[in-house]
Design a binder for this molecule. Structure first.
Ligand SMILES: [Zn+2]
Length: 161
């Protein structure tokens, strides 16, 4: 078994929606990013790569790559899953924490879990998503951005390799 952790932050900027966990959510602002700014999936990609010993998302998908401008982070996630798979690892479970003062996310958590489970090719029960605020403290509390943590367990049981 292997464990991995990921963390990502994006700042709020112009826009009228954010994409979190593969789900577009109406918001008074957007997130500034080279890609779609999905902090949840970026943290998850880093956790997967970390657990597999494959580096980090910036190495695989540099933010200077014009092809990744506005990229759907689900595409990045599926590419990471393919690399983890090639390395002989299978996703056991993932536990994700989104830290946002705004927007409210409780209603979108179920859809995030379904989309992430589909991309990871695991059951929805293996994907946990928690949304929390920071009680108005710090940069998240001041509504300057959104942060996300991810913890992943990989196993080599059942791997085809
Ligand atoms: Zn990011």
């Amino acid at each position: 078994m292997r464990v991995g952790h990921g963390y990502d932050v994006h700042a709020f900027g112009e826009g009228d929606s954010v994409v979190l966990g593969g789900v577009q959510i109406a918001c008074e602002r957007g997130l500034i990013a080279h890609s779609d700014g999905d902090v949840v999936l970026h943290a998850l990609c880093d956790a997967l790569l970390g657990a597999a010993g494959l580096g980090d998302i910036g190495r695989h998908f540099p933010d200077t790559d014009p092809d990744l401008s506005g990229a759907d982070s689900r595409t990045l996630l599926r590419a990471v899953v393919a690399q983890v798979d090639d390395a002989g690892w299978v996703v056991g479970n993932v536990d994700l924490t989104v830290i946002a003062q705004t927007p409210r996310l409780s209603e979108q958590v179920g859809e995030m879990r379904e989309r992430i489970a589909a991309d990871l090719r695991v059951t929805v029960g293996s994907v946990n998503v928690k949304a929390t605020t920071t009680e108005k403290l710090g940069f998240v509390g001041r509504e300057e951005g959104i942060a996300s943590h991810a913890v992943v367990l990989l196993t080599n049981e059942g791997a085809s390799a």
